[in-house]
Design a protein around this ligand. Structure first.
Ligand SMILES: Cc1cc2nc3c(=O)[nH]c(=O)nc-3n(C[C@H](O)[C@H](O)[C@H](O)COP(=O)(O)O)c2cc1C
Length: 240
């Protein structure tokens, strides 16, 4: 346990936790200003003051900037630790620009709405499929099975470009999008919008067609490693 009253006595992780806790309390008391919220990737606590009331002292704003940057650094480290505890099914996002195919391992994928059936994917702007997606290319979200770990490895940087399609049962949709014939589920989407946020772009996919296998043994990424889901203990109630 740690106390937030005397963080000076704390060391290492507990001091960071105390500092994050104080920041969370601060943010809850100081909602993000609309002005700050407009900054992509920088939802900062609203210590902005109304226009015309800013300090004229440049060292104050430099101090605020530095404090914000340090908060972001601490939050990034804490966020990465938190995300290690978020189990995610591993997918391969596949797409094409008409002449080249792209495939990328991804976990930043989620359902968006069932009306209309849709999902979203978050793609780093530096990743190889990004340029094609940014020009509006349709895509497929291929949910991998536990036996397809090698494909996840290939599609996360081990090899590049078209060679990523040398392994796996790749097929092509009527719309020219590559999809994995033996994925747990291959969800073909028409791209229906995107927006940029920080290092990533969020692409919305309107689901057109789904190929699903009987198996429900997904490849899962947790705590920096691949694993899979165990059968639930009998005492666990089914959710929904
Ligand atoms: C388990 C796992 C999940 C990943 N999830 C994402 C993701 O959701 N979005 C993303 O942009 N990159 C993600 N990546 C990283 C990309 O797979 C990787 O950076 C990319 O394929 C390599 O860049 P390249 O395609 O330009 O060679 C993930 C990597 C792994 C191993």
């Amino acid at each position: 346990m740690y106390t937030t009253k005397n963080p000076g006595r704390l060391s290492g992780r507990h001091r960071r936790q105390a500092s994050s806790h104080r920041l969370a309390v601060y943010i809850s008391k100081h909602p993000v200003s609309p002005k700050a919220a407009k900054l992509p990737g920088r939802l900062v606590p609203s210590d902005d003051v109304p226009d015309g009331h800013q300090s004229k002292n440049p060292s104050h704003s430099m101090h605020n900037e530095r404090a914000r940057a340090m908060n972001d650094v601490n939050l990034k480290a804490d966020m990465l630790q938190a995300m290690r505890r978020l189990a995610k099914s591993v997918t391969i996002i596949s797409t094409s620009n008409g002449s080249e195919r792209f495939a990328m391992a991804a976990t930043a994928v989620d359902s968006l709405s069932t009306e209309p059936p849709s999902l979203l994917i978050c793609v780093n702007k530096t990743a190889s499929p990004h340029a094609a997606l940014a020009t509006g290319a349709d895509f497929c979200v291929n949910i991998l099975g536990v036996e397809q770990q090698d494909l996840a490895h290939l599609c996360s940087g081990a090899i590049k470009g078209e060679a990523r399609f040398d392994r796996g049962n790749w097929l092509t949709s009527a719309g020219g999008i590559p999809y994995l014939g033996d994925a747990q589920s291959a969800i073909l989407c028409r791209q229906d919008g995107h927006f940029s946020y920080g290092t990533h772009t969020v692409f919305i996919g309107r689901i057109l067609q789904i190929h699903t296998s009987d198996a429900i043994t997904p490849l899962v990424y947790l705590d920096g490693s691949y694993t899979t889901t165990a059968k639930p203990a009998p005492s666990f109630a089914a959710a929904g």
